[in-house]
Design a protein around this ligand. Structure first.
Ligand code: ARG
Ligand code: ZN
Length: 891
């Protein structure tokens, strides 16, 4: 819990540590009641520090200090000071062994930070500042130490004892106890420490590295989950190979372990040699896991593995540099996933997420630069901005430098900083030095928050064949700076010029042709000024500009396209992302028309341009099915809300539904044909990009049909639900049934939900999907359904996956119910935040997000949302986490 006044920590106040810890020796005795942690630290003064008399100030929280000694001599009570968050010893030698003995109670730790119990096992989560709940320590990422860890526990209950590095000793003790000692030869900060004790089963495999070393790979899970580890293992081996091939990075230890735990605040954690995973990010088999689930496992396994270099071998100097490891690693895992599956689909999914949720974060009260200048609670900065926008910033460097120079830059970065705690400047400097490019203006991406806006205007002179494009940039106000204070960004704008018969060659005046594409149809413009004009010559016709291809920068780009131009890009451009983006723009325009009509109570008839474009796509058997499925997906309510100045909850919901229904009616024959052609094929299950695309197209067709007027649609859904052999088909059918407003649907849905639960009640991750399907149901009385489900045996507020599946899904994805004009949704969420604040501050703060967006709503909703926030703020014992988000939101 917070001190009287939660303190703000500033990047500008960074100082190197007064002491270093060369070696850390931990002895952890786990018993049912108290866990005793004895730490022996080899401490010395940091030669780089100015203050040679500085006291030793260790971080520590929620522990009972039983004993402290220096070089074997007890330190008396009068010689140290204990506060709720520190242990200060005033006079210490220049180098010494510090021994502390502390008692903790992991079984009572519901924050899931530090050492805690999840079901039958003990496990840890130390990033960012959890190690200080295990023992007194210099809990900061720039203190790197060599760890040896001994774990003692009851052998029957906890046969498996794990920590980082290599097993160096194990044996039996009295009273049914046993022990294991682990040594990690690589120095690391405490946030990468991990410990696990449990009754776990294991699947094992090996990987032979590029230098012919054989690595043991082990995935530890509860016995019932042994049948769900193959995909994670295959993904791990693919990731290890990929990092060798694409980045030249070989694994360093002789063993790599993953442990799956059910209670986990985030997705997973890259602890050295011992990754700890949320079960949702490691377990997968076709019967229980959707395609999205499979992809998530592949991506997260790779992400954590890639951290071994981008994060562990080279770590962060301080937590303001978080994006140094997270942005880079997300970029790495995104490229890996693109190489494993469909590159276009991966890009579209990532851009959708960024434009919907990160842009919303950038426009809200918690907006912060990729490198935040300050924080109250660092856990609140594991954000879409630090991760996803951070990855886009790295991607822009990749675009500006090209693949080859980028690789040289990354080699240089790893070579220069191996074994060190680095900064974002170090990363950029390596990229500059390897490429010879000046990235000084570019670094504004790290220090200025907000989503830049680019406006594009064009003109064409037929006589000279010159086409001009003028780009203007600006960036809206954010909490730390006004639009006037912000300096122009260095923005790579990838473009194409589309003619009647396809993409035209690009001749940018004053530059050499771009040799990356042989036909010269692709160009990256570099926008560095507030306004810049680019002239293109030798154009035989007026082109349609295709701007921001591949989403080459995380910006909002406005150009006044006609609907015909959008359909031209949709059907003819050679960049898949741009075709999808043009399709989204067209659908947004159509839904905006429908919203207009909804507000004025007029009937609306869907623009035939969209319906016909969809018909063409559905009829074109030469098209990539993944592309078809992506384009048929209407912009989400969340995206429509993000791009609105004031969110009109009802208009967005009902207009979008109306458009969907009309499309379903207009395209019924094509949709039925598509659905039938993809159904009932007796192919073995596969997670290949093609198979995933087929399922995704089939299920979107089903969804349209059920929301249209096809008389057979409900029967098709029910048939699919009953015969499904994989969770993608099963949960898709269940969801459309649950959301259908046709007369026969409620009874069918209720039966289906009951049957589904009976069938899957022993699979926690499937039950979570069952909760999500109901939380997302847009029919009236949504809040009542959620409240009822909270009483269900399947719900447990202490388990973050359950909280996310029920409360999170409802408040984030079910706008029409959550934002009900009576404000009951807001009061409900405030109640949950107040409960969670005590149990698990990190989860509480995260669930707050929908309330922080209050400025986007009408006056009446604004007042109700603020009232809910103020009620939370008035709580007496607010955690730093919740305090920071609520207080900043109300500012
Ligand atoms: N570093 C982890 C990752 O791979 C995330 C851990 C975050 N933990 C936390 N308590 N915020 O992204
Ligand atoms: Zn990460």
């Amino acid at each position: 819990m917070k001190d009287a006044q939660p303190k703000t920590i500033y990047l500008k106040d960074y100082r190197s540590p007064d002491f270093l810890i060369d070696k850390t020796d931990l002895h952890v005795v786990l018993t049912d009641d108290v866990t005793c942690v004895t730490a022996t630290l080899q401490v010395r003064r940091n030669p780089a520090t100015e203050n040679k008399q500085a006291p030793l100030v260790l971080n520590g929280q929620d522990m009972i200090l039983k004993d402290v000694s220096i070089d074997g001599c007890p330190v008396q009570n009068s010689q140290y000071v204990l506060s709720p968050e520190t242990l200060t010893i005033n006079e210490v030698p220049d180098a010494f062994a510090l021994k502390t003995v502390c008692e903790i109670k992991p079984q009572e730790n519901t924050s899931l930070e530090g050492l805690y119990r999840s079901r039958t096992m003990y496990c840890t989560q130390c990033e960012a500042e959890g190690f200080r709940k295990i023992t007194y320590y210099l809990d900061r990422p720039d203190v790197l130490s060599e760890f040896t860890t001994t774990i003692v526990a009851d052998k029957a209950q906890f046969p498996v004892l794990l920590s980082n590095g290599n097993l160096i000793d194990k044996g039996e003790l009295d009273n049914g106890q046993h022990f294991a000692s682990w040594h990690d030869p690589f120095k690391k900060p405490a946030y990468l420490f991990a410990l696990v004790a449990g009754d776990l089963s294991v699947i094992e495999d090996t990987f032979v590295t590029c230098s012919n070393r054989t690595i043991d790979l082990k995935i530890f899970v509860e016995e019932k989950d042994l049948d769900k580890c193959d995909h994670a293992m295959a993904s791990l081996k693919n990731a290890m190979r990929w990092d060798e091939e694409v980045y030249g990075r070989e694994y360093d230890l002789d063993i790599f372990m993953i442990v799956a735990v059910d209670d986990f605040n985030m997705g997973a954690m890259e602890n050295k040699g011992l990754n700890i995973f949320n079960t949702s990010c490691v377990l997968a088999k076709p019967e229980t896991t959707t395609d999205m689930g499979f992809q998530r496992v592949e991506g997260v396994v790779a992400h954590e593995y890639f951290h071994n270099w981008s994060g562990n071998r080279v770590t962060c100097r301080d937590w303001f540099q978080l994006s140094l490891k997270e942005g880079f690693t997300v970029f790495r895992d995104a490229e890996f996933s693109a190489d494993m599956g469909s590159r276009t689909v991966k890009r579209v999914e990532d851009v959708s997420l960024l434009r919907t949720l990160q842009f919303a974060e950038d426009a809200g009260p918690m907006a912060h630069p990729v490198r935040p200048p300050s924080f109250i609670e660092i856990s609140n900065f594991y954000t879409l901005t630090v991760y996803e926008k951070g990855a886009e910033v790295v991607r822009m460097i990749h675009t500006l430098l090209g693949a080859e120079k980028f690789r040289q830059g990354s080699d240089l970065y790893f070579e220069r900083h191996d074994g060190e705690a680095a900064t974002i400047e170090n990363f950029v400097a390596a990229m500059e030095d390897a490429s010879g490019r000046d990235l000084s203006q570019f670094t504004r991406w790290y220090s200025q928050a907000g989503t830049p806006r680019i406006t594009a205007k064009d003109s064409y002179d037929e006589a000279s064949g010159i086409y001009q494009l003028t780009l203007t940039q600006s960036c809206p106000d954010t909490p730390e700076a006004t639009t006037e204070e912000k300096q122009p960004f260095h923005i790579p704008v990838a473009i194409g010029l589309l003619g009647d018969a396809g993409n035209l060659a690009i001749h940018l005046q004053g530059t050499e042709p771009d040799h990356d594409t042989p036909d010269n149809t692709h160009k990256v413009l570099e926008l560095t000024q507030a306004e810049q004009t680019f002239s293109f010559e030798k154009l035989p016709e007026r082109p349609i500009p295709v701007l921001l291809r591949g989403f080459s920068a995380p910006v909002k780009l406005e150009f006044d396209y006609s609907r015909e131009q959008l359909t031209a890009i949709m059907s003819r451009d050679d960049d898949g992302y741009s075709r999808w983006d043009a399709c989204q723009k067209l659908a947004v325009a159509v839904i905006h028309d429908a919203m207009q009509a909804y507000r004025s109570g007029q009937p609306y008839i869907v623009d035939t341009l969209l319906a016909e474009a969809y018909r063409t796509i559905l009829n074109d058997s030469s098209l990539d099915q993944a592309m078809v499925a992506l384009m048929l997906q209407l912009p989400s309510e969340a995206y429509l809300s993000e791009i609105a100045d004031v969110v009109d909850v009802e208009a967005i919901h009902f207009a979008r539904q109306d458009v969907r229904k009309q499309l379903a009616v207009a395209l019924e024959a094509e949709l039925l044909h598509t659905y039938n052609s993809l159904t009932g094929k007796d192919k073995p299950f596969s997670t290949s990009a093609e198979a995933v695309a087929e399922r995704s197209l089939k299920n979107i067709a089903l969804s349209y049909l059920v929301h249209g007027e096809a008389s057979s649609a409900l029967a098709l859904a029910q048939q699919q639900l009953q015969s499904a052999t994989n969770m993608t088909d099963e949960i898709s059918a269940l969801s459309v049934l649950v959301n259908s407003d046709s007369e026969a649907a409620p009874a069918m849905a209720q039966q289906a939900l009951a049957d589904f639960f009976t069938r899957w009640q022993h699979e926690a991750l499937v039950v979570n999907q069952w909760l999500v399907a109901q939380a997302n149901c847009v029919l009236p009385e949504g809040l009542e359904r959620v409240k009822t489900l909270m009483q269900h045996e399947a719900f447990d507020i202490k388990n973050p996956n359950k909280v996310r599946s029920l409360i999170g899904a409802f408040c984030n994805n079910n706008a029409i119910n959550f934002h009900h004009a009576d404000g009951a949704g807001y009061e409900f969420l405030a109640d949950q935040i107040i409960t969670l604040n005590e149990l698990n501050p990190q989860i509480a703060a995260r669930q707050l997000t929908p309330l922080t967006k209050w400025r986007k709503y009408d006056e009446s909703r604004q007042a109700l949302m603020c009232k809910a926030l103020e009620r939370i703020l008035a709580e007496p014992a607010l955690s730093k986490d919740v305090y920071e988000v609520v207080s900043k939101s109300l500012k």
